[in-house]
Design a protein around this ligand. Sequence first.
Ligand code: NAD
Ligand code: MG
Length: 400
Amino acid sequence: MASAVMQRVAVLGATGSIGTSALDVIARHPERLSASILAAGSNVDGLLALCRRHRPAHAVIADPAAYPVLRDGLRDAGLPTEAHAGDAALDALVAGDACDSVVAAIVGAAGLSSTLAAARAGKRLLLANKESLVLAGELLMQAARDGGARIVPIDSEHNAVFQCLAASRAPADVARITLTASGGPFRGRGRHDLAGVTPAQAVAHPKWSMGPKISVDSATLMNKGLEVIEAHHLFAMPPARIRVLVHPQSLVHALVDFVDGSALAQLGLPDMRTALAVGFGWPERLASGVDLLDLLAQGGRLDFEAPDLDAFPCLAHAFDALAAGGTAPAVLNAANEVAVSAFLQGRIGFLSIPDLVAATLDAMPPQPADCLDVLLEADARARDACTARIATMPTSGQPA
Ligand code: NAD
Ligand code: MG
């Protein structure tokens, strides 16, 4: 009986923050959810530990050099799990019949190929990997339509919008979408106060516990910029009808205004297990382990303010790239990935992140982008251009 309703889940980015939360929710529902495929980048020990706990049918490590360690580790643990390595193996498994649902939680453009494979194969797609929508939003949404995939956004704001939209039948009823932003660890600081901030300070997010890349994106507000582009694709919403508000309590995740003046919001504690439970269960609701919201706990306040685009220009760069269209969002995303990585390695300063993104966009005027090859080429060229520019910068992190 139970097997008829068992949802077999591929967790891509299983060793990461979202992957860990997804596996926590899955383990709460052994009668209806099972992790059948686990995939990670290079953390083979972490992946092996997860395989011992969740006993998937397949485990995939992106780094081919780690394959022998994975294979031997699975064998030595006496597990039935089959070992695989490389992106092509992952794409084939995601598209095959070993899973019904896919949690796309690889960080960065590295997640695009497997996310596309899940969309084309018509899986239930729990989409956390926002960079794939920024890089190739139109193609990904088209692939999901063609493949019959149901996308449930996992990004908390988009998951909130998804839930609010269930209250309406026609897209034309929606007047505006508001994404909230915590403001990150540097909310309230001016640009002059940001030059010397360290990677450790940038990843110390006040409300959410997340991987290092998205934590830096939250500190620059690029995360919200990527989310504006993400919302545009997920909900077919023109940029002019997408708004960002800073909301330091991070309890209201998004609002949807309807043409009749109603505004619906979704609230909850800042814990990604809620969005993941929506993804697994929708239209049903599943227990997620997240506590119920106590609105009095933080002084009974819900505050909102406008974002400071002078201190955090990445948000404006993202709106500009969305308006420019074509390859511009792909260039924005690629330059940001390279800049954030250099910042995390201590090679550039915090303010160089928006500067590098802007300079790379300036150097690469947008081209029409109607196929994946054009976008991947723009992504690669933007990475090269941004890397070359960083090489000319003194290690103090200030532009030459
Ligand atoms: P993370 O750094 O904690 O985890 C990243 C995962 O991706 C790891 O399991 C890593 O092994 C894997 N990975 C990296 N490169 C890979 C590759 N080339 N091939 C296969 N796997 C690879 O990141 P995270 O915070 O879990 O974020 C994952 C994605 O979800 C990002 O796109 C992020 O923007 C999005 N997201 C995260 C949160 C959050 O709360 N953490 C919220 C919203 C959206
Ligand atoms: Mg978000």
